[in-house]
Unconditional design. Structure first.
Length: 108
């Protein structure tokens, strides 16, 4: 069977990817595929198959794309919290064109 091994990492603010194809026996697990490629998982790196999280015991199938991704640099929750703090109070912006729900129904 033939799979694609894709390594993804961030460097200097840009994301890079390197792909190579491997010819393997049927029923190979991800750990064996990595060994045949001469690659070990470093601490913090993750595995996925077509973007879905996988582990080293995942059985691979013909045509799969095994992805090795670098560890996250920033926790996604923390990044979102920082963006929200920078943006400030958004209630005025998200109130809608007429000032909010049912405002047109009320007489002033």
């Amino acid at each position: 069977m033939r799979i694609t091994l894709c390594e993804i990492w961030a460097e200097g603010g840009a994301t890079h990817a390197k792909e190579r194809e491997l010819d393997l026996e049927d029923g190979v697990i991800a750990e064996e595929a990595l060994a045949q490629a001469g690659r070990k998982l470093a601490s913090g790196e993750g595995l996925s198959v077509f973007g879905r999280r996988a582990d080293v015991m995942t059985v691979l199938h013909d045509g799969d794309r095994l992805e090795i991704s670098a560890p996250l640099l920033v926790d996604p929750k923390e990044a979102r919290r920082r963006r929200a703090e920078r943006q400030g109070d958004v209630r005025v912006v998200t109130a809608g064109r007429h000032g909010g729900k049912h405002r047109l129904d009320k007489e002033e």
